[in-house]
Design a protein around this ligand. Structure first.
Ligand SMILES: [Fe+2]
Ligand SMILES: [Fe+2]
Length: 193
């Protein structure tokens, strides 16, 4: 498998795992430990908002999408909309963090607004990755040459992107991922319920 595809799959798996855990947390609710509930949800939102912004989207936007478009200009609209979503996702994450704080600090009356926005955010992310898997990746596999794959694979293997990446961040995010899942209440994680 091309390194690029493997990295996209791995990173989508991490993002999906965190989104699914977040969904389970929200369905489960604060129960009798609101502090743990809000702390874990905040950490999950931070991860989802930060990790794709710094490590995932820039590689797709800078190296992968342009190579696909070069061969398949008919995908212009689809790629445009994916690019637009890369720009939007960070603001959506920040808005959601605010809505979560409002629920935590102001109480139940602010819960419905958070739940509604969280559902939209989850759908937004799952749909974004679904289009990359079902439209962009298959088209890339059909059209890119061996030398084009080699060039993109190089960037995906080394995570080279001076604007968005500092050395060692992938390890830092892996550590954060484990910390969050370990602290999430059962059955999502290993933390005390
Ligand atoms: Fe993307
Ligand atoms: Fe992606």
């Amino acid at each position: 498998m091309h390194k690029t595809i493997q990295v996209i799959h791995d990173e989508h798996s991490s993002i999906s795992a965190m989104l699914q855990s977040m969904n389970l947390m929200i369905e489960r609710g604060p129960k009798d430990n609101p502090r743990l509930f809000f702390d874990v949800l905040k950490a999950m939102l931070f991860y989802i908002e930060e990790f794709p912004e710094r490590l995932h989207h820039p590689k797709e936007s800078k190296y992968f999408f342009p190579a696909v478009l070069k061969h398949s200009p008919e995908l212009n609209e689809t790629v445009d909309s994916l690019e637009h979503e890369h720009q939007r996702s960070s603001n959506m994450g920040k808005d959601l963090q605010h809505l979560l704080l409002a629920w935590e600090l102001l109480g139940e009356s602010r819960k419905p607004a958070f739940i509604k926005a969280a559902q939209e955010y989850l759908n937004f992310y799952f749909n974004h990755m679904h289009i990359e898997h079902t439209v962009i990746i298959p088209q890339a596999l059909k059209t890119l040459s061996a030398s084009e794959w080699a060039a993109i694979d190089f960037h995906f293997a080394s995570n080279v992107d001076p604007l968005s990446y500092s050395k060692g961040e992938d390890a830092t995010f892996n550590h954060l991922f484990t910390t969050i899942t370990n602290h999430a209440p059962a059955p999502i994680g290993l933390g005390d319920d």
